[in-house]
Design a protein around this ligand. Structure first.
Ligand code: PEP
Ligand code: MG
Length: 605
């Protein structure tokens, strides 16, 4: 959907366009910052296609693999069609028709039938079979010299490449070779893809699919990479090499901007740089309200490489290490030794700051190929499936290896163990038994740490929040994960752009669960931290402090902004603001109270 009339406009300066036609596109800004660079389009045809012969007894499984990839491709294309239907017609109608034809091709057309036959007859792997069929059909259409059929060649290629990409299940091609400073545009970028992005080479990205609380967006914020998701017609609107501007705050993407627009956004980049310089002065100052309430500000790590940014921002601890990064972008599982090495290095780099290491949270949008199909995310509701602690308690060997690595790393410096997606006290007890067993095994060999680290739980499932008083009896600390707590309370898939606008941390139901968990922790006398994305939004800081939350963990780039906000606030005013909010059941009123409070308290500083 192309839109105009928002963001910085050319005003009364009708400049000549530097390259092709200018497009103003709009999505949701999910990671702030402004990028100006050349477009790099991730298309389906850019991946290498493996080719090998399969054994006779694998023919059935290979055909099933192709059928599963076709099914996944259909659901991706149907998602695109649904998005277009929400658009504003015009070019979108035509695109909708083309995509409907793609769905048809993916459901038993010659392409699929032919590839299935090649798997059976020539024992070709599925990717190579699809590629052979693309070549065969395209060659025949091209030979007929009919313009209609020539256009269909593109459709066959598009569909075939989508299938191959889903079969290979590969991350987008090596980001290392992209033009420096480019803006990546793609239909979808997974968390594993994002893990491969080097902010020194890539200046930002935009996608068609995705939500603000999905892990791809979280990683972009952690890396400080401007990002926008949910842009319709994205891939069709730009070409490789076009100049583009991406505004991760407003969600604007301008392809082929005017020189005037470039100038305006360059000024915005200067302002952002200046703000960073100002914030850096706060690094050594305490996170303390004007009336003396101290807050502990910690950093979340999605990747080991983020440690430096966390320390630069003056984090007082590492409040959440998402260990999934060790399982991404690889076919094999990391050994106990490898995990020990990576985690020990992290703990060492933290130089005495406590590090809270969360055990594996795969499932949902966090997929690890090495773990096989069981957590492939392909079920009807993967976020409600075999995710996180549920998976770990089933895969005991894998879990024991991870726990052993965490325990070994805890010999290097202070560590806490955090259990994800806890629903019941039984899960906590089972995990604790396993941890105690591994600890005994290590200490018997003289290899364990001197003491068992504290074991805490994520409060991110409504059932856990509502039974926080009981869970406090079996937990050494709580960490509230508002990303999942909101997803599961409101039944809104955090990765789905179509319901992204309904994802709302200010919903009274979510706030009541946070309040209940906070008071259960206080009554039990155990520490409680909040490590969901809410913690990094300084507009919400008064509410969180007012609810009694004095430990917040967030992506490193947000930390100093939140500290600045804390230093402007008084505890009394924050508590009053929170009390007024919690007395409300109307979401609009809650938002109004918060924004009035923010405006007033900022104005009167
Ligand atoms: C959360 O759910 O809020 C959380 C911090 O965990 P993750 O985003 O990794 O699911
Ligand atoms: Mg979570």
């Amino acid at each position: 959907m192309k839109i105009s009339g928002y963001g910085i406009q050319p005003d009364d300066k009708p400049e000549s366009r530097p390259f092709g036609e200018t497009s103003h596109l709009k999505g949701s800004g999910v990671s702030p910052g402004v990028a100006i660079g050349v477009v790099y389009l991730i298309e389906h045809g850019t991946i290498g296609v493996p080719r090998y012969t399969i054994a006779d007894h694998d023919i059935g499984a290979e055909k099933e693999r192709l059928e599963a990839a076709a099914k996944k491709s259909v659901s991706q294309v149907e998602k695109l069609i649904a998005q277009i239907a929400d658009g504003d017609g015009g070019a979108s109608d035509e695109l909708g028709e083309i995509l409907s034809a793609h769905v048809h091709m993916l459901q038993g057309s010659r392409l699929i039938r032919g590839a299935l036959a090649l798997i059976g007859e020539r024992r070709l792997n599925a990717e190579a079979a699809v590629q052979s069929m693309i070549r065969e059909i395209s060659g025949q259409y091209a030979a007929i010299k009919d313009t209609y059929l020539a256009a269909r060649v593109h459709d066959i290629e598009d569909v075939g490449h989508r299938l191959i990409r889903n079969l290979v299940d590969a991350p987008v091609p090596s980001f290392a070779n992209l033009p420096e400073g480019c803006i990546v545009l793609a239909e979808e970028i997974t968390p594993a893809d994002t893990a491969l992005m080097d902010p020194a080479r890539i200046s930002g990205f935009a996608t068609t699919f995705g939500g603000a609380e999905a892990h791809t967006a979280i990683m972009a914020r952690s890396l400080g990479l401007p990002a926008v998701v949910g842009i319709n017609d994205l891939v069709a609107a730009a070409q490789n090499g076009d100049l583009a501007i991406l505004d991760g705050q407003s969600g604007a993407l301008i392809v082929n901007p005017s020189p005037y627009e470039v100038e305006q956004y360059q000024k915005r980049q200067d302002e952002i740089r200046e703000e960073k310089r100002q914030l850096a002065h706060l690094r050594e100052l305490p996170a303390e309200t004007t009336d003396g309430m101290r807050v502990q500000l910690s950093a979340n790590l999605e990747l080991a490489s983020e440690m430096e940014m966390a320390l630069d921002a003056g984090a007082q601890s590492i409040g959440l290490v998402r260990t999934e990064f060790m399982f991404m972008n690889r076919e094999t599982l990391p050994s106990e030794e490898e995990q020990t090495e990576v985690l020990s290095e992290l703990v060492q780099k933290a130089a005495g700051l406590p590090v809270t290491i969360r055990t594996l949270d795969v499932g949902g949008d966090k997929i690890a190929r090495g773990l096989g199909l069981e957590v492939s995310g392909e079920g009807a509701n993967p976020a409600l499936g075999l995710r996180a602690i549920r998976f770990s308690l089933k895969q005991r060997d894998l879990y024991e290896r991870q726990v052993a690595a965490i325990l070994r790393a805890s010999a290097v410096g202070p560590v806490r163990i955090l259990l994800p997606m806890i629903t019941t006290a039984e899960e906590v007890k089972a995990a604790r038994r396993l941890i105690a067993g591994v600890y005994k095994r290590l200490t018997d060999k003289g290899e364990g740490p001197s003491a068992l680290p504290p074991v805490g739980i994520m409060i991110e499932v409504p059932a856990a929040a509502l039974s926080a008083d009981a869970l406090a009896n079996v937990s050494d600390f709580f960490s509230i994960g508002t990303n999942d707590l909101t997803q599961y309370t409101l039944a809104i898939d955090r990765t789905n752009d179509q319901v992204a606008s309904l994802f709302d941390v200010l919903n009274p139901a979510v706030l009541r669960l946070i309040q209940f968990a906070a008071s259960a922790a206080e009554n039990a006398g155990i520490p409680i931290n909040l490590c969901g994305e809410m913690a990094g939004d300084e507009r919400l800081t008064p509410l969180l402090l007012g609810l009694g939350l004095t430990e917040l963990s967030m992506s490193a780039p947000a930390l100093l902004r939140v500290k600045r906000r804390i230093r402007e606030l008084s505890q009394i005013a924050a508590e009053d603001c929170a009390a007024r909010i919690m007395a409300q059941t109307d979401r609009a009123q809650i938002a109004a109270i918060l924004s009035d409070f923010n405006e007033l308290s900022l104005t009167f500083q």
